[in-house]
Design a protein around this ligand. Sequence first.
Ligand code: UDP
Length: 373
Amino acid sequence: MGKIKVLSVFGTRPEAIKMCPLVKSLEKDQSIESIVCVTAQHREMLDAVTEIFDVRPQYDLNIMAHGQTIVDVSNKVLHGVDQVIKECKPDIVLVHGDTSTTLNSALAAFYNKVPVGHVEAGLRSGDIYSPFPEEANRKLTGAITTLHFAPTKSNEDNLLKEGINKNIYVTGNTVIDALLNVINKNHKFEDKNLNTIDFNNKKVILLTSHRRENWGEPMKEIFSATRNLVEANEDVVVIFPMHKNPLIRELAKESFKGLEDKVKLIEPLEYVDFANLMSKCYLIMTDSGGVQEEAPALGKPVMVLRTETERPEALEAGTVKLVGIQKNNIFEVANELLNNIEEYNKMAHATNPYGDGKSCERIVKLIKEYFSE
Ligand code: UDP
């Protein structure tokens, strides 16, 4: 056969962070023709990442619109990717993770009888409604995938339990490939707010929260616990890069009124700044998935603001704690980590259950092997 035509489809910031290093590895390989389609389920946040990695998509569905539902997004992705597949006729379609872009791109490939390669396969929380709709997205994608690239052994086990027993490969997570590309001890932040922060004398907490399940009451609890923390601890500064969602932004502004010196509400950070901020801060409180994978590699304790996690490896390694969404519990755990150095040190050790930075290389090799059989 000639070159293997690989179509990679992604649409959100976290997918882009984890797929761009893979696209670069595909591009480097002489036996592969790499084609990229972005759905732009996120717009600005996606473009910022493709720019960092110098990935230039051949197709851009530009689907983002204000106030659209999951059904609207799904509809546009399914139709859009179907057209792209018909036009460029790939040998394989690579999707990532668990978004509406993932599931509907996989479905479009399946309907065209093109094999699907699922990057970051096998993550499960065990609750179909949490995270929503991601748990269903990844399970359904797994059911129509040909090559499963599972980051860890436990992800592989999840697939085996569902009766999937062919073509599962433990590759590590490409998030570590991305991270190792951008961390730099002497990094100067693009975001000026961050260059004024005294990371040596302040305990800086990095807070992120955007998950759908946390909109409303849970987020009020998270913000209220954070407020109590800065009021109880003189030396604490909180940095909250706000997601673009207006509901979250309004609630954050209202919740932290009067605390502008100690709680910095800033714009979402571009990835290089964010990764380097993780490496400089004291503690991370987050409901993000990707951050749970990145922070352990940097030796930063993570409090997960959720009731479940599909990432048990870091829990087992002891660098991540599942603290839920109740104000008192969040306050108590964080306060302990701020004031009890022994407890802090127990969590703050670099461990890397998610990969060695060579996941992309492995995935490229596996794709080539599949087509040489
Ligand atoms: N991230 C970023 N800027 C920010 C917040 C997060 O670049 O202001 C990165 C972070 O390093 C991680 C990814 O975005 O790689 C996580 O994205 P998010 O929390 O939106 O999604 P999830 O991982 O929960 O799917």
